[in-house]
Write a protein that binds this ligand. Structure first.
Ligand SMILES: *[C@@H]1O[C@H](CO)[C@@H](O)[C@H](O)[C@H]1NC(C)=O
Length: 297
């Protein structure tokens, strides 16, 4: 009995020799080439994935409005890039009325003092937590609210007020009400003392939509004033008076959303809005406020 016979008769040896015969040198070479190709492919794919991830995370948008248009629907902090300015963080409201809003002011509880902040603070912004109380800063607000070459306002300002802490007979009596309004809006640069340009209110129930809109009537075309820089036309310091704080005061205002947030507030002092939309009129000392802007198109 020779070996050949043994191979044929012993099932184990037979299987083994079939296996050896199966992998000829050509197949081996093909397999190695395939393996190398696969490894190279995985490496290249990995590098591409890394580059894409990096590009995404470091990609700055031009505004919340653009980011919303790109499909982002989560509220939160995003980096914004505008010509001629270092990228900076803003809070984007991506949900209110289809989103795309950059929040420029928020007050929630009065822990952060607004009214006594100075020109430099209003210019630079204050409040470090963009998810809570802050003022974004007039330089940034100016950049975000640029005017078209023909002078047309191309940004909308939306103001929301929630709750009323006002406790006297000229108050709303609506402790948990919500008011909102929208205006075309822009803020000039510092050389023009951050002069405000707004339209008459164009939407909402915070004020009437005529030239008697309290915000338009008192504050349109006025420069900004603070406790130590008085640009108002009152003959006394409006930011100090009744602790109205930094605003586009005239003589002074029916609106002071940076005013003092004090306990037991009574009407037209500190943080307040004079409501004149439908009868009766009343003062609101909001519990919370938000000011946010969005490019019109
Ligand atoms: C203003 O409008 C909001 C939402 O549209 C509504 O919830 C609120 O009750 C209104 N407030 C007043 C004072 O009418």
């Amino acid at each position: 009995m020779g070996i050949a016979d043994a191979e044929e008769t012993d099932p184990c040896i037979a299987a083994e020799s079939r296996l050896h015969r199966g992998i000829n040198p050509k197949t081996k070479l093909a397999l190695i080439i395939l393996l190398v190709a696969l490894i190279v492919f995985i490496l290249i794919a990995g590098v591409i994935a890394l580059i894409v991830t990096f590009a995404k995370s470091s990609k700055t948008i031009s505004e919340c409005t653009d980011l919303r248009r790109d499909g982002e629907t989560r509220n939160g902090i995003y980096s914004v890039a505008i010509d001629g300015v270092e990228p900076f963080n803003v809070y984007c409201d991506m949900q209110t009325d289809n989103g795309g809003w950059t929040v420029i002011q928020r007050r929630t509880n009065g822990e952060l003092l607004f009214w006594n902040k100075k020109w430099h603070d209003y210019k630079q912004g204050f409040g470090t937590d963009l998810t809570n109380e802050f003022w974004l800063g007039l330089d940034k607000i100016h950049k975000l609210s640029a005017v078209d070459d023909d002078g047309k306002l191309r940004t909308t300002l939306r103001i929301d007020l929630w709750g009323d802490r006002c406790r006297d007979k000229y108050c709303s009596g609506h402790l948990n009400e919500h008011w909102w309004g929208e205006w075309d809006f822009s803020v000039a640069d510092e050389s023009e003392r951050y002069r405000l340009k707004i339209s008459v209110a164009k939407a909402g129930n915070l004020t009437e939509h005529t030239i008697y809109d309290v915000f338009y009537y008192m504050n349109n075309d006025q420069p900004f004033s603070t406790v130590e820089v008085d640009n108002a036309k009152a003959g006394f310091n409006c930011a100090e008076f009744r602790r109205f704080g930094g605003w586009w005061h005239k003589d002074c205002s029916h609106v002071a959303l940076n005013g003092e947030y004090s306990e037991n507030q009574g009407g037209a002092r500190g943080f307040f809005w004079f409501y004149r939309h439908s009868s009766p009129t009343y003062n609101i000392n909001p519990a919370r406020s938000e000011m946010k802007i969005r490019r019109n198109n």
